[in-house]
Write a protein that binds this ligand. Sequence first.
Ligand code: 13P
Length: 259
Amino acid sequence: MRQLIIAGNWKLNAPEIKDYVSKLSAAPDGVRIVIFPPFTYISEMARYPEVIERQNKMKIEVGAQDVSERDSGAYTGEVSAAMLRAAGAGYALIGHSERRRYHGETDGAVQRKVKRALDAGLRPMICVGETESERAGGETLRVISAQITAALDGLSPEEISLVAAAYEPVWAIGTGVSASPIDAQNACRAVRGAIGARFGAVSAELPVLYGGSMNSANAAELLAQLDIDGGLIGSASLDAPQFCEIIKIAAELAASEES
Ligand code: 13P
């Protein structure tokens, strides 16, 4: 049975945490939930009894939106993987297109961050995605395959089994226009295929999420695709009732696939 992951990336936003967590704790079982709040909210979130209770059942986890590629030293503004782990993070989002675009994050930096995260016990969720012009030029599958291959360079098979990937077309993020289910499926299959070409059968088990204007209206069609193992959700994750609705859709899908 597929384990679906519904992840919320809050970016530079923070709903009222106590209220959000209490609404989220009522979400149905059967789906893995990961919340990526800004750094300063990680320890607060990770300590709520509702989160701890569900974390113990491996249902709700807290993650960081970025991680330093360094362990320590004179790097003002950076937060290390070990610090994030100590704060209660279980995941780290790495290589989000907003980091690549606004902070000049290269494939090399993404690869080093992935390694640092794994060394500290964080599960990396690696984001890949093409821009509008790359899409128009028919470059989508080449671009995302190259990004994921570079990000995983040098990892062992054991490390690969701890990784998740997220296909997030840049043109779909925050625009209200998601990729069509079939395009998202083809891209997620290409991400899995690139991992399989390098690391073999483990790619079949590796979660590949879709992100980019996913909401409660389009989640069912996207999540029903064979190679889409969940959603990485920005704006719709800020609204706890809508986010719970997406979790419910995923839980029903998982249950129907099981039967
Ligand atoms: P939106 O859901 O707001 O398009 O954001 C997607 C995203 O970037 C998640 O990481």
